[in-house]
Design a protein around this ligand. Structure first.
Ligand SMILES: NC(=O)c1ccc[n+]([C@@H]2O[C@H](COP(=O)([O-])OP(=O)(O)OC[C@H]3O[C@@H](n4cnc5c(N)ncnc54)[C@H](O)[C@@H]3O)[C@@H](O)[C@H]2O)c1
Length: 360
C-alpha cells in the first residue's frame, strides 16, 4: 500500500515510517517539520516528503494514497494548553477534514493516533474502550472530538481505526525527553536525581514506540471488517510513576550510575489513569511486548550516556521548543519563517526549508 503518514517527522512518526517501509509499503510523509528534517535524514531516499500544515493540505497530497496513518498535531497537554485554538484546529478540525477528504476520495484505510489520556478523570479502575469518558484538558478533549468525527464517518468503504496510545517510551531518531520514562533517563544522566511529584503514586498506561508503530501497521493491514470504526487501547502495562523511577534508577545502577529518588510537590497538570489492551489482543492478536526495562537498555545504548549535556537542548521538550520557535519569530516581527526559526533555535541548524506560515 502507499501510506500517507501525517506527523511522520515526529517521535512516533519516524519509527512508524521505518516499520511501514520494512513491511514493504510505500511512504509519503506530510509534516510541518517542527523538529526539522534531520530525524528523517536516514529515510530521505526511501520516502516522499511533503512539507505542509495538516490544517491546509493541498489536494495532491492524497493522490495515489491507499491508507493514512494520522499523527500530526500538538502532542501533549502543555502545548495544547499553550495555544488551545491552534490545538483544536490541528487535533480536532484537521482530523475531521482529512478523514472526510479520504472518504470522498475512496481512501479506505485510516489509523489515528489518539491518546489514553482520554481516561483521565474517571477515578480508580482499569478502563476499556467502552468507558464513558469525560476528557478534561484541551488536549484530550480535542483527541476525543477527533475520535467522534472518525467514528461518525466509518462505513461506506471508509475504515478508520482509533488507537488510544498510552504514554510512549523508547528510542526514536526524533527523540522526545518530555515523556515520563525518557524524562527519568535524561534526569538520571544529567542530574543523578529523579523527582517523585506527589510521591509518584499516579498511574499511567505505557507502551514502547516500536509497539505503537506495530499497532498502526497491523490496523492498516487488518481485515477491514475487524477494525472499521473501532477504538483500541495500545498499552503494554500500567505503572505508577514511582515504579518507573525505580526501574530507571535500577537500570542506571547496572551502568555504575547512582541515582537518587526525591519527593517533590504535585505539578499543576496531574494525570492519573489506567486502561487495558485486552480488546486489541482479542481482535488482532497483538499485545505490545517491549518492556520498560528492555526499552531503557535500548535507549541507554543510543543516547550519549558518557556526555549527556546535549540532552538538555530544548528540541527534546515539545513545549520548550514551541515557545522558543514562537519567540524567535516574534522577535523578528514576521521576517522569520518556521524554518528560519527552527534553524535559529537549533544548535545544529537542522531545518533549512522556507515557509511563511506562523508557528502555531
Ligand atoms: N508520544 C506519546 O506519548 C503519545 C501518546 C498518545 C498519543 N500521542 C499522539 O501521537 C501522535 C504523535 O505523537 P509524537 O509523540 O510523535 O509527537 P511529536 O510532537 O514528536 O510529533 C508530531 C509531528 O506532527 C507534526 N505536526 C504538528 N503539527 C502539525 C501541523 N499542523 N501540520 C503538519 N504537521 C504537524 C510535527 O512537526 C511533528 O513532526 C500525536 O498525535 C500525539 O498526540 C502521542
Amino acid at each position: 500500500m502507499k501510506i500517507l503518514v501525517t506527523g511522520g517527522g515526529g517521535y512516533i512518526g519516524v519509527v512508524l515510517c521505518e516499520r511501514l517501509l520494512d513491511a514493504g509499503h510505500t511512504v509519503r510523509v506530510l509534516d510541518r517539520l517542527y523538529w526539522g528534517r534531520a530525524p528523517l535524514a536516514h529515510l530521505r531516499e526511501r520516502i516522499e516528503l511533503v512539507q505542509e500544515d495538516v490544517r491546509a493540505i493541498g489536494p495532491d497530497v492524497l493522490d495515489g494514497i491507499d491508507g493514512v496513518a494520522h499523527l500530526a498535531g500538538l502532542s501533549n497537554d502543555p502545548t495544547a494548553e499553550y495555544n488551545t485554538e491552534a490545538n483544536w484546529q490541528m487535533n480536532a478540525d484537521a482530523t475531521a477534514h482529512l478523514a472526510a477528504a479520504c472518504k470522498q476520495r475512496g481512501i479506505a484505510r485510516f489509523s489515528f493516533g489518539s491518546s489514553a489520556s482520554i481516561y483521565d478523570g474517571l477515578g480508580d479502575g482499569l478502563f476499556d474502550e467502552s468507558a464513558a469518558v469525560q476528557p478534561r484538558g484541551a488536549y484530550s478533549r480535542s483527541k476525543f472530538a477527533a475520535e467522534e468525527s472518525l467514528r461518525s464517518l466509518a462505513g461506506d468503504g471508509f475504515h478508520p481505526v482509533i488507537l488510544r496510545q498510552g504514554t510512549v517510551y523508547g528510542y526514536s531518531p526524533r527523540m522526545r525527553l518530555d515523556l515520563v520514562v525518557n524524562t527519568f533517563i535524561k534526569d538520571a544522566l544529567l542530574r543523578g536525581t529523579l523527582f517523585l511529584h506527589g510521591g509518584g503514586w499516579m498511574w499511567r498506561p505505557l507502551v514502547d514506540v516500536g509497539d505503537v508503530a506495530e499497532a498502526h501497521l497491523r490496523c492498516l493491514e487488518a481485515d477491514a471488517g475487524t477494525v472499521s470504526g473501532e477504538t483500541f487501547n495500545v498499552v503494554h502495562g500500567n505503572f505508577q510513576i514511582r515504579q518507573l523511577a525505580m526501574l530507571v534508577s535500577g537500570s542506571l545502577s547496572l551502568h555504575e550510575r547512582s541515582v537518587r529518588l526525591e519527593d517533590a510537590p504535585l505539578p499543576k497538570i496531574n494525570r492519573n489513569y489506567r486502561c487495558t489492551n485486552a480488546k486489541l489482543t482479542a481482535a488482532l492478536g497483538f499485545t505490545p511486548h517491549v518492556t520498560v526495562l528492555e526499552s531503557i537498555e535500548r535507549m541507554l545504548a543510543k543516547l550519549p550516556v558518557k556526555d549527556p549535556a546535549g540532552l538538555a537542548h530544548p528540541r527534546f521538550y515539545n513545549i520548550d521548543w514551541m515557545t522558543l520557535l514562537e519567540d524567535v519569530v516574534a522577535t523578528h516581527a514576521g521576517e522569520r519563517s518556521i524554518w528560519d526559526a527552527t534553524t535559529a533555535a537549533s544548535a545544529n541548524g537542522a531545518a533549512t526549508q522556507r515557509s511563511s506560515a506562523p508557528i502555531l
